[in-house]
Design a protein around this ligand. Structure first.
Ligand code: SF4
Length: 412
């Protein structure tokens, strides 16, 4: 087989990595070394910056696979053993060189590194750890590192990975164990959950150690995340959201990423021929957001679905409000923060602004509308000094009246 140069490998392995959505660097703090301050990528004050492509994917990290060779044959994956794609493999030193080159040119703030399974889970994990170790120890790199971990790998390797990386992730892949069994026969849901549980315990321990001593070594300070593929099997949004709620509460995940299944050339007949609508992925992110930042229980979010599917035409908060009209209108001048967070059209920042402003003045509808995403959506659900929605809240056409016109997707 012809050997590829590093640029060609980059083209193959950056493209192969695009299917992994779990790479945002939110929540990361800059790495500080109390003994040797400074170092490459040591951003002060601001933490790690991140930005998103219009479809919500992070674009500020160098996102790569170490290799797209894989001994597993997950049917939904373009890199599976039986897939007919061009293969490439970086050495750890090549990934290090690329990361430093991109960093110095100010293209990236860090590295997201995943890999197909080569030889064995342990061997693969060793190679991933080696990259992070070289970056941190030989090159003093203090930028963000997110490593994908292999669930079956030796816990000692995971321990080393956590010492060098800011974030670790283990993909649960599919919301139901039965789907995983069918589509990824070499993976076991139990092993994945066990690895996530082990990581959670280690993260808790590290947090305790840091409380006792600020000099205790960091262990994956940006926590763990995971990715779920949406639309590869017949799972409903309610299944996906139930699985996410379980992951957040049981494993203290920082993020669950939802990635719409992409049909791949020559894929199995047991997979759908078409990609699910991107809006489905977007609605799942919105529902997830309601659970994490708006005080909604997942049961409430799921209760506002149709047969377990989120409405593609209405955002989940509006869908919930329309089904719970007896809880509205809410008085913007007296309502609690929790109540205001449930008003369609108001985000967390708007609610906090309202609470600040109303200490000084009684708010009119116009004052609130200036802070809302859409006055049209907000109006039927609130009262203000000069406004009450009257009977419009009960109107049968309310859903149509407040629906937002189709627009370019963005994440909140
Ligand atoms: S183990 Fe990962 S890279 Fe390999 S086939 Fe499965 S999903 Fe793809």
């Amino acid at each position: 087989m012809a050997r590829l140069d590093i640029t060609k490998k980059l083209a193959v392995l950056a493209d192969a990595a695009k299917y992994d959505a779990s790479c945002a660097s939110s929540g990361a703090k800059p790495r500080k070394d109390p003994v040797k301050p400074g170092g490459i990528g040591s951003i002060t004050g601001q933490g790690i910056c991140h930005s998103y492509a219009p479809d919500g994917r992070c674009i500020s990290l160098l996102k790569l696979l170490l290799t797209n060779h894989c001994i597993y044959d997950c049917l939904y994956c373009v890199n599976r053993a039986s897939s007919d794609v061009q293969r490439a493999r970086f050495t750890p030193e090549e990934v290090v060189q690329l990361t430093l080159d991109f960093y110095r040119r100010n293209y990236i703030e860090g590295l997201f590194l995943s890999s197909g399974i080569i030889r064995s889970p342990d061997y693969t994990m060793e190679q991933l750890v080696r990259v992070a170790q070289l970056l941190r120890e030989e090159h003093g790199f203090r930028g963000y590192i997110h490593l994908k971990t292999i669930p079956d790998a030796d816990p000692n390797l995971i321990e080393q990975a956590g010492r060098y990386a800011d974030r670790l992730s283990i993909n649960v892949e599919l919301p139901k164990a039965t789907s995983l069994e069918k589509l990824a026969p070499q993976k076991q849901a139990g092993t994945i959950r066990k690895a996530m549980g082990g990581l959670r315990l280690r993260l808790d321990e590290a947090e305790d150690e840091r409380k006792r001593s600020r000099r205790a070594p960091a262990f994956a300070p940006a926590g763990q995340s995971t990715q779920m593929i949406v639309g590869a099997d017949g799972e409903k949004d309610s299944d996906i959201l139930a699985s996410s709620a379980n992951l957040y509460s049981g494993y203290k995940l920082k993020r669950v990423y939802y990635s719409a299944y992409s049909p791949i050339p020559g894929s199995s007949q047991s997979l759908p021929a078409r990609k699910p609508p991107l809006m489905r992925e977007h609605r799942l992110y919105q529902a997830d957001w309601l659970y994490r930042f708006y005080g909604f229980a997942m049961d409430e979010v799921v209760g506002a679905t149709d047969g377990g599917m989120l409405d593609l035409d209405l955002d989940p908060k509006l869908a919930w409000a329309l089904r719970n009209r007896q809880r509205f209108p809410i008085d913007v001048n007296t309502a609690s923060r929790e109540e205001l967070l449930r008003v369609p059209g108001l985000g967390v920042k708007s609610v906090d602004r309202i609470i600040d402003i109303r200490r000084l003045t009684t708010m009119r509808l116009d004052d609130v509308a200036k802070l809302a995403r859409s006055a049209k959506v907000l109006r039927p659900f609130v009262t203000a000094l000069d406004w009450t929605p009257g009977a419009s809240l009960d109107g049968t056409h309310l859903a149509r009246a407040v629906k937002r016109p189709a627009e370019q997707l963005s994440l909140f």
